[in-house]
Design a protein around this ligand. Structure first.
Ligand code: SAH
Length: 335
């Protein structure tokens, strides 16, 4: 059995798959999923992320966490949580910087949410001194102030795409063509209300998985106090009114590929709809800030740190508008 066969059999038996179901199988199927079976990140992997470019990224996020923790009375104990920790580099660098503040590590309990057993094993080694606990949902976190980090996590969560046609709303599905190859198709559907309100004839995206996690996270913060830092590529449309556009992409060995030709072998992602996430945060009574990655890192002092480390190349990659500085956004949520 391969994922290709599994998808073919599933579609033959139950009809076209919604895009979100296809993405979920491709990314996190226990035996064939991309994240469950690959080491995706790094030069030998499929893509590179900010913490793997330079230690400065994690260090500055560590200072952010210390600041947020202090601003809420330096509570003991507190939870530090990372969603989608990859190789564990971000948290390792963050804690290296955060240990400069006496008491922080002693008060911290570290939690991680990670779908990939391989990456989990790598994280356990890298973060052994900090004894990470693994969770599968926000509801498993203890009742105490919580500081949450998610870098390039939300883009990896499944989305659906909808559009209005002359015969009504359709959603994007994956079907089989006459040669039993995977092909994009459309299936009539009733979209979520927020999508229906757009009347969009172009694809509009909706990530039920992202929205659920965001809502859980915001109600936890509201109840126990804390903050979240969500960094990803994406856009901020008007809150609660998703922008039109197909942002589904597949990346394999640092190249864009067709999302249907190598299921389970390529990273499938979509741009994060920060307007949707901010809307959920506001609905939960949280305060929200939004800026580009370049602005955020500059505000935290990356230029000074780059001068110390003599690494102007990493500074440019992380902050320059034509590199990661502008495409990547930061959503700050506080309660
Ligand atoms: N934050 C890291 C890794 C980003 S890649 C970095 O910046 O380098 C995406 C990460 O999210 C990987 O660790 C992947 O295994 C994890 N992931 C993807 N989907 C997930 C899910 N549904 N639940 C938990 N973790 C998930």
């Amino acid at each position: 059995m391969s994922l290709q066969n599994l998808l073919t059999e599933t579609i033959k038996a139950s009809g076209p798959l919604p895009l979100s179901a296809y993405m979920a199988l491709c990314l996190t199927h226990p035996d064939y999923g991309y994240y469950t079976t690959h080491n995706p990140i790094g030069a030998e992997g499929d893509f590179i992320t900010a913490p793997e470019i330079s230690q400065m990224f994690g260090e500055l996020i560590g200072l952010w966490a210390v600041h947020e923790w202090q601003a809420r009375g330096a509570s003991k104990p507190f939870s530090l949580v990372e969603f989608g920790p990859g190789r564990g580099t971000l948290t390792a660098d963050a804690l290296h910087a955060a240990q400069l503040r006496p008491g922080f590590l002693q008060a911290m309990q570290l939690y991680m949410c990670e779908a990939s057993p391989r990456l989990q094993a790598e994280q356990r080694v890298k973060l052994a001194p900090h004894q990470p606990h693994y969770i599968t949902s926000v509801s498993e976190l203890p009742a105490q102030p919580t500081f949450i980090i998610a870098n390039e996590f939300f883009d990896a969560l499944p989305i659906d795409q909808y559009r209005l046609t002359d015969t009504g709303w359709v959603m994007r599905t994956i079907a089989l063509d006459e040669n039993e190859q995977l092909t994009f198709s459309e299936t009539s559907t009733t979209p979520p209300a927020i999508i229906a309100a757009t009347n969009s004839r172009d694809w509009v995206e909706h990530s039920a998985a992202s929205n659920t996690i965001m809502a859980d996270l915001c109600s936890h913060l509201q109840q126990y106090k804390g903050a979240a830092l969500i960094i990803d590529y994406g856009h901020l449309g008007p809150e609660g009114a998703p922008l039109a556009g197909d942002t589904l992409q597949a990346v394999r060995r640092h190249q864009y590929v067709d999302p249907l030709t190598t299921p389970g072998e390529a990273d499938l992602t979509a741009h994060v709809d920060f307007g949707a996430l901010a809307h959920i945060a506001h609905n939960h009574g949280c305060r929200v800030g939004y800026m580009t990655q370049g602005e955020f890192l500059t505000m935290l002092g990356i230029a000074e740190r780059a001068a110390q480390l003599n690494d102007q190349a990493a500074l440019a990659r992380l902050t320059a508008p034509d590199q990661m500085g502008t495409l990547f956004k930061v959503l700050l949520v506080r309660a």
